[in-house]
Design a protein around this ligand. Structure first.
Ligand SMILES: Nc1ncnc2c1ncn2[C@@H]1O[C@H](COP(=O)(O)OP(=O)(O)OP(=O)(O)O)[C@@H](O)[C@H]1O
Length: 253
């Protein structure tokens, strides 16, 4: 069953058409990776799916509920969470404080804002559970600005998990990371429970092929090919898109 469905999505910026008739389906529990050259429209697609950007045409459906055209918080309400290419962290706060804020922001009705964090047992327990589960417990008292870039990106993934999402969108989770951090992040993604459906934009092909159940190739704002990793790996036209040369022929998997 499809958890996330994008149908015939079109997006233009002042007459520049960036996404053209994009359709894709992400099944419950699937790890679906979007690849494509720079400027293909991948981040714009994420922004359209999450409602950060309005779309010109088409529909975005989560669990059968159409969410495009509805207020921005609708995506969160239907269980969607995301990370951005650039970190969205509170750099002057500690790792732990960032997690407190993320948990509180997701479910403000469960917490009393006037009660200090250190007195809120439930919040402290949830924070501890999340930090231990995702191996950031040892670094909980560190100021975020003092973490390495890779650690900050990892924290951002963890904050996106704070809302206990049904579908998680990760925008280039390993970009700018060292090889060791890339391996750690890849393992974290592999370890995520199948109750979380993943849609991931990624450039590092080793990461792509170690996490993907299905891959969609975007090229010039269109779905060029969608299929199983083996199909994408062996496709000469996909290689041509990445490495130049060759005549491209459209295909649908
Ligand atoms: N707000 C905007 N206004 C005008 N043009 C935009 C805007 N956002 C994106 N674009 C254009 O849309 C196209 C697709 O950009 P997008 O960032 O979605 O590509 P991408 O595939 O994510 O690229 P990258 O891999 O480099 O992140 C680019 O030509 C970009 O310049």
């Amino acid at each position: 069953m499809s958890l996330l469905k994008v149908e015939h999505l079109h997006k233009s910026f002042k007459g520049l058409q960036v996404l053209k008739d994009v359709s894709l389906e992400v099944k419950q529990g699937e790890r679906h990776v979007i690849i494509g050259p720079n400027g293909a429209g991948k981040t714009t697609l994420f922004n359209c799916i999450t409602g950060t950007l309005p779309i010109n045409q088409g529909t975005v459906t989560v669990n059968g509920k159409q969410i495009n055209g509805l207020p921005g918080y609708t995506a969160v309400r239907v269980g969607m969470s995301r990370t951005f290419q650039k970190n969205n962290l509170f750099g002057a706060l500690t790792v732990e404080e960032n997690v407190h804020l993320a948990i509180t922001a997701c479910q403000p009705y469960r917490f009393n804002f006037y009660k200090p964090f250190y007195k809120n047992t439930q919040l402290l327990e949830e924070t501890e559970e999340l930090l231990k589960e995702w191996e950031l417990w040892e670094r909980r008292t560190r100021i975020v600005n003092e973490l390495s870039y890779g650690e900050q990106r990892l924290l951002e993934v963890l904050l996106a998990l704070a809302s206990k999402p049904k579908v998680l969108l990760l925008d280039e989770p390993t970009s700018g990371m060292s090889p060791a951090e890339t391996i750690q992040t890849t393992k974290l993604i592999q370890r995520m429970p199948r109750s979380i459906t993943l849609l991931v934009i990624e450039h590092d092909m080793e990461v792509v092929f170690s996490i993907a159940d299905r891959i969609t190739v975007l090229h010039h704002g269109e779905v060029f090919l969608s299929g199983a990793p083996e199909q994408i790996k062996g496709d000469e036209n996909v290689k041509a898109i990445y490495f130049g040369g060759g005549t491209l022929q459209h295909a649908q998997g």
